[in-house]
Write a protein that binds this ligand. Structure first.
Ligand code: DQQ
Length: 587
């Protein structure tokens, strides 16, 4: 099979040309398809991990490689997170389900792997999957196994002991696989079962990611079961889109039309919309549509404001992939977990002894405009805030910048609101970039002088600003409306030249004619920059590896390279404490 440490490689060019994603080729130098095995780097971990650029407060195991979050669930007072894990190295391979527990989703204790190859139906790997809580508070996991014939098959596992709140041991019945690839299905593009929902017509329903080779059609295959053991594929997929390639890690869930409360995955009815997310292997981004689920036909139709292609909405416009949500029955919210890969070379990852993190869990809900989702770090994250500085009503003059001092900003949380008193100097937006923010920001960097903006933050910056990662906004006119872009520019994030430094960007759906202000929250954690624009409307994550701006030598600046002054009406920044992060393993 395939593997990868880096998501990005020359393979992408060939694949993308084939798929006619020509504009993307310009944006992303290279994207590597999943599952490339670096044989020489397996089992070559150093004796201790290199702490220099390692994240402090993002989810990670004690050492080695991780990828997709799997089967998040809540059971008997504990949150559980499983994840794709290589016990033998810091590149992809030998995949098992790592397992950790928490009472607050921020402090984690590591357990031994929950699901690992041990049977003919998963002997070559235990790949991604999801948990469903069955009636009587009984968790079940469905996951993809790689069987003796290297086929992708879907298996079920149950806790060995329901009175163990840690759910340490899982049993895989011998009647597995419960969903083998039937004749006609490509057994190497058949994976990642979702959480099941209960259809009022009397059956459990779930989807599995798939690709039909004939027209490169990505699909969400639909399966039904009355007893959760015998599963039958429906004639039609829940949804599909031609030329979209393999749909990895699909997710399907309801959101309330109003308010922030989340809904159990089985909620269906008039007061909800549904979200269908797929992780496109071709581009390595997570896309979603909002739409209507018809439970009689088991069909999903995206609403007309949701583009059902690679120009559509993304959870995050940066390094964020293979995400999964779950319903938190304690705080009645839906929580999103996403994986951020490294952007360093596999050899360096291997030498460091670690690779991959899960991003800060985000509460996710529908914006009242019904057109998009909003995301915000879970409230528990704020308990890690300590030393604090604030700035109020300070000018960021055209062409100027100022430093935010008195906190150590290599592990920090920064919230800032920019007031833009005058939009007259906003330039006309080049309409050829409509739908392609990333290409625009790739050309127009943080240094490109503009009318209104670029303004924003330089994070993980050296004192002389030779190294810096810019997170910023730029505002344009389009007729009598404004176009707002949010960009993450890592091109000067490090002096090292062997690192992949893609510029990421998204549009921000805000109406500046009402309130001429825009907010930004950025979580900085040594080698990750995770940003939330306009209270979670547009999110961008990137991985950066400074050579100088490390630890105490990392600085934080507010800059404005536009021709118009902007005002920082409010800035609050906190140092972030290190939580308990999987230090000790509980057996
Ligand atoms: N990662 C898993 C697959 C999934 C991919 C293997 C997505 O199940 O499709 O580690 O990153």
């Amino acid at each position: 099979m395939e593997t990868s440490n880096r998501v990005f490689s020359p393979w992408f060019l060939a694949i993308a040309v084939y798929a006619c994603f020509c504009s993307m080729i310009r944006e992303r130098i290279a994207v590597e398809s999943s599952h490339v095995v670096y044989e020489t780097l397996q089992g070559s971990s150093p004796s201790s991990v290199d702490p220099t650029l390692r994240t402090g407060y993002h989810f990670r195991p004690p050492r080695n490689w991780i990828n997709d979050p799997n089967g998040p669930l809540y059971y008997k007072d504990f949150y559980h997170l499983f994840y794709q894990y290589n016990p033998y190295g810091s590149v992809w391979g030998n995949i098992v389900w790592g397992h950790s527990i928490s009472t607050d989703l921020i402090n984690w204790k590591a357990l031994t792997p929950a699901i690992y190859p041990s049977k003919p139906f998963d002997i070559f790997g235990c790949w991604s999957g999801s948990a469903t809580i069955l009636p009587g508070d009984k968790p079940a996991i469905l996951y993809t196994g790689i069987d003796t014939q290297k086929r992708q098959v879907q298996n079920i596992a149950f806790p060995a002991n329901l009175s163990d709140p840690y759910l340490r041991e899982w049993v895989k019945p011998d009647y597995n696989p419960v969903m083998p690839p039937e004749t006609g299905l490509n057994s190497s593009s058949f994976r990642d079962p979702t959480t099941a929902w209960y259809n009022p017509n009397g059956h459990w329903t779930l989807i599995i990611g798939n690709k039909r080779d004939a027209d490169n059609r990505g699909m969400a295959l639909l399966y039904r079961s009355k007893d959760f053991v015998k599963w039958v594929r429906a004639k039609h997929p829940l949804h599909s889109a031609k030329n979209s390639g393999m749909w990895e890690c699909p997710d399907f869930y309801p959101v309330a039309l109003r308010g922030k409360l989340g809904l159990d995955t089985s909620v269906i009815g008039a007061g909800v919309k549904h979200v269908l997310k797929m992780s496109l292997d071709l581009t390595r981004y997570d896309y979603y549509t909002l739409g209507k689920y018809d439970d009689n036909l088991d069909k999903y139709v995206p609403q007309n404001t949701s583009l059902d292609n690679h120009s559509g909405l993304r959870y995050d416009y940066g390094n964020f992939y293979a995400s999964k949500t779950f319903y938190d029955p304690v705080k009645l919210r839906r929580i999103l977990w996403g994986w951020a890969n490294e952007s360093d070379t596999p050899k360096v990852d291997s030498d460091k002894g670690w690779a991959g993190i899960q991003l800060i869990p985000r509460t996710i809900w529908l914006h009242r405009n019904g057109r998009q989702l909003l995301q915000w770090p879970i409230e528990e994250f704020d308990t890690l805030r300590h030393k604090h500085v604030s700035v109020a009503n300070k000018l960021a003059p055209a062409g100027g910048l100022f430093e935010v001092k008195d906190i150590q900003s290599n592990q920090a949380d920064v919230e800032i609101t920019f007031d833009i008193p005058n939009l007259d100097k906003a330039e006309d937006f080049d309409r050829s970039y409509i739908g392609n923010a990333q290409a625009f920001c790739g050309k127009n960097t943080a240094e490109t002088k503009g009318g209104v903006g670029p303004f924003g933050l330089y994070v993980l910056a050296s004192s002389d600003l030779e190294e810096r990662t810019a997170v910023f906004f730029k505002i344009f006119k389009n007729g009598n409306k404004h176009v707002v872009l949010m960009c993450n520019d890592p091109t000067r994030s490090t002096k090292r030249e062997d690192i992949y430094k893609p510029t990421f960007a998204g549009f921000v759906d805000v109406d500046l004619s009402k309130a001429k202000r825009i907010s930004l929250r950025t979580l900085i954690d040594n080698s990750v920059v995770e940003s939330f624009g306009a209270r979670g409307k547009t999110c961008i994550t990137s991985r950066v590896y400074p050579a100088v701006a490390i630890g105490k030598d990392a600085h934080l600046f507010v800059f404005n390279n536009g021709a118009e002054d902007v005002k920082v009406s409010e800035l609050n920044a906190w140092e972030i404490r290190k939580p308990e992060m999987n230090q000790e393993i509980i057996y």
